[in-house]
Design a protein around this ligand. Structure first.
Ligand code: SF4
Ligand code: SF4
Ligand code: FES
Length: 245
């Protein structure tokens, strides 16, 4: 837990800006405001001090997943992270997410992150047409509950940035893509599981996860990718024993 900056006080902000001084960190002073978020701080700097500061956001309400950055060493969604929860010694250090190439300042290239969703077969493969009657899946259905548990992912990349295996082994699909695969494995309307289970069992798949829950600890939507990946490991083992993959 951080400390509370009172309205009118000054917050010291360090932002990693590529080749600027002090290991790429540039210093700013930002007036503290009531209910101020880390995204508000970055926006204030861009509007008042550094018009060429690059960063991303869209919704500002925790829906789009585009505003994630590293804040005082931890991956966070900045639009829902209040300054009061992260401030340390009147200072906030803001850097781009780990495990992704930086395009400029705080804006990362997410191409590889989303390519891995494709490699994990994270797309829905329909088994019915619009002419078929609507599939009924009761709320208490076990598979539906499993799928629902992971469905609220906003693709923010926070878990991916938190994952040490992604850092050490860049081929690893990572927690977000695997969590998505698990929601589809449990979607009884989907017909792509044979290919999907092959994909998540191959090199860089779910077996590379060490289950230490870094992803789960930081997911801002309180999802549990570690649990999803454990489900994939069980599913892959069963498929292998049955000779299906
Ligand atoms: S539990 Fe698995 S996916 Fe999550 S951070 Fe650890 S290695 Fe990465
Ligand atoms: S699982 Fe959580 S942390 Fe990972 S991308 Fe989805 S919402 Fe973000
Ligand atoms: S700006 Fe959309 S989640 Fe933060």
């Amino acid at each position: 837990m951080g400390q509370v900056a009172k309205s009118g006080e000054i917050i010291r902000v360090l932002i990693r800006r590529g080749d600027h001084s002090e290991n790429g960190l540039k210093h700013y002073q930002v007036p503290a405001l009531e209910s101020q978020t880390v995204l508000d701080v970055v926006t204030w700097i861009q509007r008042n001090l550094e018009p060429d500061l690059s960063y991303r956001f869209a919704c500002r309400v925790g829906m789009c997943g585009s505003c994630a950055m590293t804040v005082n060493g931890k991956p966070r969604w900045t639009c829902r992270s209040h300054v009061s929860t992260v401030l340390q010694d009147d200072t906030i250090t803001i850097e781009p997410l780990r495990n992704m190439p930086v395009i400029k300042d705080l804006a990362c290239d997410l191409s590889e992150f989303f390519t891995k969703w494709t490699r994990a077969k994270g797309h829905f493969s329909p088994t019915k047409t619009r002419e078929d009657p609507m599939q009924i899946i009761l709320p208490g259905d076990k598979a539906r509950r499993e799928a629902s548990a992971g469905i609220e992912c906003i693709n923010c990349g926070v878990c991916y940035a938190a994952c040490d295996v992604v850092e050490k082994y860049p081929k690893y699909l990572g927690p977000a893509a695997l969590n998505r695969a698990w929601t589809l494995v449990n979607d009884i309307r989907d017909g792509g599981n044979r290919e999907r289970i092959k994909a998540i069992s191959s090199e860089g798949g779910c077996l590379s996860c060490h289950s230490q829950q870094g992803c789960t600890k930081f997911c801002p939507n309180t999802l549990n990718p570690t649990r999803s990946i454990a489900g994939l490991k069980r599913t892959a083992a069963i498929a292998s024993l049955k000779g299906e993959i």
